[in-house]
Ligand binder design. Structure first.
Ligand code: PLP
Length: 455
């Protein structure tokens, strides 16, 4: 083994294979080592403070220093550090959390299945959809329609659902039976003279054409994030889901709402399902479920799906799916405490109250020479940077302009995320109005630095 320096950075480069990272660049630039967190801030190993404008990965909803979650984890660790739920076993945190989730579900749901991550939740959904249709004696009704730029995770099936090319390329994905329909981004894909309403009608028509071309008897489900996150914070046109949902009903196609980002207040309602008037049959949740303090995620299913699964598991002898850590008692206890805090502190009401500081604050940059579109709802937002405001022409991707904006923001003590040339914002839900104003101001400086770089 070659000699490795003692610093965190050199040991990182020597041993750590980073997720979602340009590995070659990483060998040159190394890591930003984050040492601690407090409130909406994180601090690097040189002591520099950053506003965490993305709540990590859209997830640390209660910020970085919620003692009650630490205590909930510690208590549970002492009492029962592990138990499982296979073969009729159970424990209180798992039962309590399942009950709490079903009680706050935005539409009537029957049961929750726990996983450790959003990817596992969506992967589980793919299996459940297949199992369900086999139970109903419809072995051909198996295809799942997702959307271009939708993000549903990275496991083999979840990455297949994801509609982003770099998750498929050279991984030999997507798997068979996963289809992608159009992305509901009016600014980018709306046609000359088309209203948002026309655009929504056109997308719904295209979805119906796809279903008819494939054969409705072969299409099992449609999956959507209420607001697309990692695809670039894409808020659907107002009537989009109103047009889509009757089509799904017409062809007996299940609707899966991926609430992994939107769930637990992000859009200004407890679930994105409520913000956009959705009626899903299946809902996946993760991230803010435990404020990301420990990994836990879940799949909520409707009563008809559950009933079909009961019959099928009786026939086969078991429901043959589950993770060692499904509903692990420690993350379950932390998630329960998180849900209690959301309720006690009316975190959803807080999001609604402070959201204008983010949304209006960022919209003030609409006139900036680099800004093509500012979009968002609640405490999720995206700013798309363009080379030409009039034609909406993007920058040459080789310039990685979004990455430069994020880098400048970091210099100004703000962590945001570049998704192509869209900069994403998803701060902790507990952020204060003045912290949001600060965030917006720092971002403005990053935009100006970027402008100075390109002109
Ligand atoms: N679904 C959505 C909407 C997400 O944003 C993510 C992650 O960002 C996932 C699923 C996958 O979750 P995880 O990274 O926990 O596997």
């Amino acid at each position: 083994m070659t000699k490795v320096g003692n610093s965190a950075a050199s040991r990182d480069k020597a041993f750590y294979l980073h997720p979602y990272t340009n590995l070659k660049t990483h060998e040159e630039v190394g890591p930003l080592v984050i040492e601690r967190g407090a409130g909406v801030h994180v601090f690097d190993d040189a002591g520099k403070a950053y506003i965490e404008g993305m709540a990590g990965l859209w997830c640390t909803a209660l910020g970085f220093g919620e003692e009650r979650l630490v205590e909930a984890a510690t208590r549970q660790m002492r009492k029962l550090p592990f138990y499982h739920a296979f073969g009729h076993k159970a424990h209180d945190p798992g039962i309590d959390l399942a009950e709490a989730l079903i009680r706050i579900a935005p539409v009537p749901m029957s049961k929750v299945f726990f996983t450790n991550s959003g990817s596992e939740a969506n992967d589980t959904v793919v299996k459940l959809v297949w199992y369900y249709n086999n139970a109903l004696g419809r072995p051909n009704k198996k295809k799942i329609i997702a959307r271009q730029k939708g993000y549903h995770g990275v496991t083999v099936a979840a990455a297949s659902l994801t509609g982003l090319p770099h998750l498929h390329r050279d991984f030999d994905l997507p798997i068979a039976g996963i289809l992608h329909t159009d992305c509901p981004h009016f600014y980018r894909y709306g046609e000359e003279g088309e209203t948002e309403e026309d655009f929504a009608i056109r997308l719904a028509d295209q979805l119906e054409q796809l279903i008819l071309a494939e054969g409705p008897d072969t299409v099992a489900a449609f999956i959507a994030e209420p607001v697309m996150g990692a695809g670039g914070v894409i808020v659907p046109p107002a009537t989009y889901f109103d047009r889509i949902q009757p089509i799904l009903k017409r062809y007996d196609i299940l609707f899966i709402a991926d609430e992994v980002i939107c769930g637990f207040g992000r859009t200004g309602s407890m679930f994105g399902t409520q913000t956009f008037g959705l009626k899903p049959d299946i809902i996946t949740v993760a991230k803010a479920l435990s404020s990301a303090y420990l990994p836990i995620a879940g799949v909520m299913i409707s009563e008809p799906i559950y009933q079909a699964m009961v019959r099928q598991s009786e026939k086969i002898g078991t429901f043959g799916h589950g993770y060692t850590y499904s509903g692990h008692p420690v993350p379950a206890a932390v998630a329960l405490e998180t849900l209690k805090i959301y309720e006690e502190r009316d975190v959803v009401g807080h999001v609604r109250a402070v959201a204008p500081h983010l949304q209006d604050g960022l919209r003030r940059f609409s006139g900036h020479p680099l800004v093509g579109e500012v979009r968002g709802v609640g405490l999720i937002a995206g700013v798309e940077v363009v080379a030409d405001k009039a034609t909406k022409a993007p920058f040459d991707p080789k310039l990685a302009i979004g990455g430069h904006v994020a880098r400048f923001a970091q210099e100004h003590g703000l962590i945001v995320r570049a998704m192509g040339d869209t900069i994403g914002f998803s701060p902790p839900l507990v952020i204060s109005p003045s912290e949001l104003d600060d965030l917006v101001e720092r971002f403005g400086k990053a935009l100006d630095d970027t402008l100075a770089m390109v002109t």
